[in-house]
Design a protein around this ligand. Structure first.
Ligand code: ZN
Length: 68
């Protein structure tokens, strides 16, 4: 399955963070993907494959989220 994501997109991961939040913001895209928990601000680095495996949904950029 193809998932399209880019820098600054909000994403939902399959497993919520330890703090209970499962929305993250992509803050770096490269060989590794860095995401930041929207609730507690913790940053996590994952390699691309792992990120895509754990990714549940791409919500798009922050301002697009408010449309729904
Ligand atoms: Zn958190």
């Amino acid at each position: 399955m193809e998932k399209i994501y880019s820098l600054n997109d909000l994403v939902i991961m399959k497993k919520p963070h330890a703090c209970g939040e499962n929305k993250w913001k992509i803050i770096r895209v490269g060989v590794d993907i860095k995401i930041k928990c929207l609730n507690c601000g913790r940053e996590v680095m994952l390699d691309r494959l792992e990120f895509e495996r754990k990714l549940k949904k791409v919500l798009g950029e922050e301002n697009e989220e408010k449309k729904s």
